[in-house]
Each structure stands twice: as C-alpha cells, then as structure tokens.
Design a protein around this ligand. Structure first.
Ligand code: BJW
Ligand code: ZN
Length: 235
C-alpha cells in the first residue's frame, strides 16, 4: 500500500468502476455498439444527423444499466464518503449506480442517463425519466413537442458549471487524489489528476490497465477488489 496522507480525499471515477456491475466501458472492443465508437455517437452533430440512432444507443444502455446493481467498489467509496470528513466523490459516469449507495452524492461531471432535456431550447428544465426502455424513440419534450435529448455531456459541450467548479476546488485542495477506473483521456475531467498533483496531492491510480496518466502510485487491479482494502486503510 502506498503512503496515505492525512487530510481531504478526492476521487475521480470512470466507467471501470461500474464494469463489475455489468456496465460496458467506453473504450476497447466492449465499448463498441453496432460497430459505432462512442466518439461517433456522443456528439451534438450525431444527434442532429440521426437522433433516432443516438437514442437507440441510449435506450439500449438504459435497459442494460436498469438491470445492474452497485458493486463492492461503489460500496467502498460510499463508506469513504460517510466516514472520512472532507471526501469528495467526482464521477464521469452517467449510470446513477454510485448515487444508489448512501451517503454517496458524487459530483456528476457528465450528467445522468436517467435525465432528459428539451433539445429544442423551449426553456423547460431537465426532467427525470427512469423507464428502462422508452415507448417512443426519439422521445419528445412534453412542453413543446420538440426532440428531447439525454441530459448528458457530449463532446464539444461544456460541463455543468457548478459540479466542475466544486470538482476543481476539491482537486486543488485535497491531500490524496484517487483516479479510479478511468482511461484518463477525456478532458477536462482527466485534467483534475494533474491539477491535484501540481497542487501537492499524492495521486494514486486504481486500474487493471495502467494508463498514461502521470500519477505517483499505481494500484494495478480491479476497483471492486482494490477499493475495499484501500478504503479500510483510509477510514
Ligand atoms: C477498470 C475495470 C475495473 C476496466 N476496475 N478499472 C484537451 C485536449 C484534447 C481534447 C480536448 C481537450 N479539451 C477538450 C477536448 C475535447 C474532448 C476530449 O476530451 N476529447 C478526447 C477524447 C481527445 N472533450 C470534450 O469535448 C469535453 N467538453 C469540452 O471540453 O468542452 C469545451 C467547452 C467549454 C465551454 C463551452 C463549450 C465547450 C466534454 C467531454 C464529454 C465526454 N462525454 C462522454 C459521454 C457522456 C455521455 C454518455 O455516457 O453517453 O463521457 S464520452 C465518455 O468518456 C463518457 C465518459 O464519462 C468519458 C470518460 O471515459 P472513462 O470513464 O475514462 O471510460 P473508458 O472506457 O475510457 O475507460 C475505462 C477504464 O476502466 C479503462 O482504463 C479500463 O482499463 C478500466 N477498467 N475494468 C477498474 N474492474
Ligand atoms: Zn421543449
């Protein structure tokens, strides 16, 4: 176990955290859906070109995630959040699994697959829709009848300002920063690792495949196995 400093902890989570729950990661062969790469589907241009195709991908993922349960990695992080004051969980995941383990309330950098918003810009706020499969694709805005879209962050779009501000503040102020189950290629989320390290935090990656992220220590293995032991040493 690497040296674990006292003080605030920030944890950046990616898709690998939910792999043991059965949620496919984005990159690598398992991330392909009908031969499309996520980079071809998770964009405003893809939605403008073919909203039905993009919605079919999201509808498939919603159905799949609806059958998944949080795993030992999610439970360990919830324990950390509940037992160690000054812990901030930061999630790139849209699956909602971490939120299901109280008292974890992660900052959501990329939104939620269970929330929708109007793509027509009528001004209606986001709404929740937890039906695993939607009856009509693409779904419509209940107010104006325009196209609805998933309330997630696509490539080229800005991150939710409040979540981003709090995540950057936590990364700048923490003593220990964990990067869990992320390939650390998508910005600006991956930049939190460098931000934390340059502010003086000890940085640790938890991932079965070491990434190119510049971290102080690597715990090479699955999050669902490593996090319970790591959290036990932290609380
Ligand atoms: C396990 C495991 C186990 C497996 N245990 N681990 C600077 C440089 C270059 C490019 C850019 C830059 N700044 C911005 C960009 C462009 C772009 C970007 O980053 N592109 C790169 C790909 C090159 N970024 C953006 O466009 C962002 N927006 C932006 O910057 O806007 C600027 C702006 C400002 C102001 C106004 C307007 C604009 C937005 C990025 C949004 C990303 N969205 C997605 C989709 C979300 C919705 C959805 O889910 O459909 O977010 S893409 C996808 O990637 C998703 C993920 O959250 C994200 C990160 O992926 P993640 O979580 O790391 O997953 P994987 O699959 O990549 O990795 C899984 C890892 O788990 C692997 O390492 C495995 O080994 C590991 N693993 N089993 C532990 N059991
Ligand atoms: Zn509308």
């Amino acid at each position: 176990m690497p040296p674990l400093p006292a003080g605030p902890v920030a944890v950046l989570c990616g898709a690998g955290l939910a792999a043991a729950s059965g949620v496919p990661t984005f990159r690598g062969p398992a991330g392909l859906w009908r031969r499309h790469r996520p980079e071809e589907l998770a964009t405003p241009a893809a939605f403008a070109r073919d909203p039905r195709l993009v919605w079919e991908w999201y509808d498939w993922r919603r159905g799949l995630i609806a059958g998944c349960r949080p795993n030992a990695g999610h439970r360990a992080l919830a324990r950390l959040a509940g037992s160690r004051p000054g812990t901030t969980l930061i999630s790139q995941n849209v699956d909602g699994l971490q939120e299901r383990v109280p008292p974890a309330r992660p900052l959501l950098l990329h939104g939620s697959i269970w929330r929708l918003r109007c793509a027509g810009g009528c001004g209606r706020g986001e709404w929740e829709d937890r039906r695993p499969r939607l009856p009509e694709l693409p779904p419509r805005c209940p107010d104006c009848g325009g196209l609805a879209r998933p309330a997630v962050v696509w490539f080229g779009e800005g991150l939710p300002a409040g979540s981003w501000r709090r995540a950057a503040a936590a990364a700048s102020a923490c003593a220990l920063f964990l990067a869990v189950g992320t390939s650390a290629v998508v910005q600006p989320a991956a930049g939190l690792i460098d931000l934390a390290r340059s502010a003086g935090a000890v940085t640790i990656e938890v991932n079965p495949e070491p990434t190119a992220a510049a971290v102080d220590h690597r715990l090479v293995g699955p999050a669902e196995e490593i996090l319970p032991a790591l959290v036990a040493a932290l609380v």
